[in-house]
Design a protein around this ligand. Sequence first.
Ligand code: FAD
Ligand code: NAD
Length: 465
Amino acid sequence: MSETRTTTLLVIGGGPGGYVAAIRAGQLGVPTIVVEGRQPGGTCLNIGCIPSKALIHAAQEYERAREYAGASPLGISVQAPVIDIARTVAWKDGIVSRLTGGVEALLKKNGVQLVRGWARVLDGKTVEVDTGQGAQRIQCEHLLLAAGSEPMPLPSMPFGGKVISSTEALSPTAIPGRLVVVGGGYIGLELGTVYRKLGAEVTVVEAQDRILPTYDAELTKPVAAALARMGVQLCLGRKVLGMNAAGDAVRVQDASGAETALPADQVLLAIGRRPRTQGWGLEALQLDRAGNALRIDDQCRTSMRNVWAIGDIAGEPMLAHRAMAQGEMVAELVAGQRRRFAPAAIPAVCFTDPEIVTAGLAPSQAQAAGLDCLAAAFPFAANGRAMTLDATDGFVRVVARRDNHLIVGWQAVGRGVSELAAAFSQSLEMGARLEDVAGTIHAHPTLGEAVQEAALRALGHALHI
Ligand code: FAD
Ligand code: NAD
């Protein structure tokens, strides 16, 4: 055993939660060590947000080229395109390395020490790290748990062989002929769409009676319609029983008990992720739980003094930007600042084709919260920019209080709407009213004009519909 190191803040996990906390702590002069078992950047940069968005983009470009090889309404024609999947994956890996290298450089620039290895918690102030060259003990005043999450297994269908998680799906060596996706949520639909566009026959099996059950049904309809146009089969309201005896089909059961076998060369299991709370000594701290996750308060404190938790290990919503915002806050708290985690909204984007973006309350959520609200939508079919992009599916919707017009939620579905997340979140965080957005000059021609028009429509005087 080498010497024991001491620090003020010890962060376990170098994902978006942990690395942002460490950078901010470094900026504030708090002595900080981050322990990371893999590459810095966590799930998000290495095997999550970034690689999936790279593949989504590549698949979209490929699909577009294939459309042009048929008959393009734009007057473009090309020879039948081919895709070299190894080069696509190498391009994606290049982006990942640039970003993970960037995180390492930022940690260094801010005086944060990165210790590579797997941490084991000994007590609330002491951690032992298996660095591969012996164990190292680190003692701290503040322990920040940012160990993230891992794919949820299905007892009847363990990972291995044909059954892969998003991690393997993000580094394909070949595109399977027939892919069965279990789970019609974020990962299932984002990556299911990628594989379909890259040529696989894709079937999505979802336990609920519709895809993306956490989003409101109006938003998911254009996505379901686009999946149908692409030829993705949806098996809704089905229970997965496991692989068949030959190992070449997935057995599913409908509500009546009838069983079907879905032929599969590969199975992507994407039924959610679980907080990584086991196998590294955390159990000994006996921290309070909220289901599988660590229970935290509005300052990300766990039930043990000076032990904090952020990001996926602290449960839903498991989103990178939430983890980052929590990490920044904890660093500032450790540095002695007064902070609370009380965002007006945590936006969410599903990068399907078309994309979905939400921030704040949907009409049904506003109603459930006892708010008397009005809601208005503006369709992209009436937006000039959407027409020039040949992408008129979808709409922007605003939800606002009827009495004072305070905006409480935004939703949109359509091509490229992920970029509206900034406008949505800013308006909610700044307490904008319908009149504020309606009275703001929006550049023409942009998709953002649909945001202004939705507000105008809620006020009863939309201009372009
Ligand atoms: P993680 O990013 O999981 O990082 C935790 C880190 O801790 C890991 O690097 C791990 O190696 C390390 N670690 C764990 N245990 C130990 C230990 N004992 N010792 C040392 N190191 C340890 N979110 C979005 O907001 N937008 C998206 O588009 C998006 N796309 C996604 C796509 C996919 C395919 C997946 C899987 C996830 C996606 N997510 C997305 C979710 C996002 O990746 C997570 O919410 C985010 O990474 C959580 O950050 P975190 O810091 O809490 O944990
Ligand atoms: P998810 O929760 O988004 O979707 C899982 C889906 O699987 C749900 O629709 C659920 O009803 C279904 N399901 C559960 N058990 C099932 C079963 N036995 N058979 C069939 N269907 C079943 O989870 P995910 O897609 O695995 O993604 C995990 C998390 O990663 C997400 O919750 C999200 O927080 C994060 N993520 C975010 C993004 C993004 O922000 N764009 C992208 C990917 C992942």
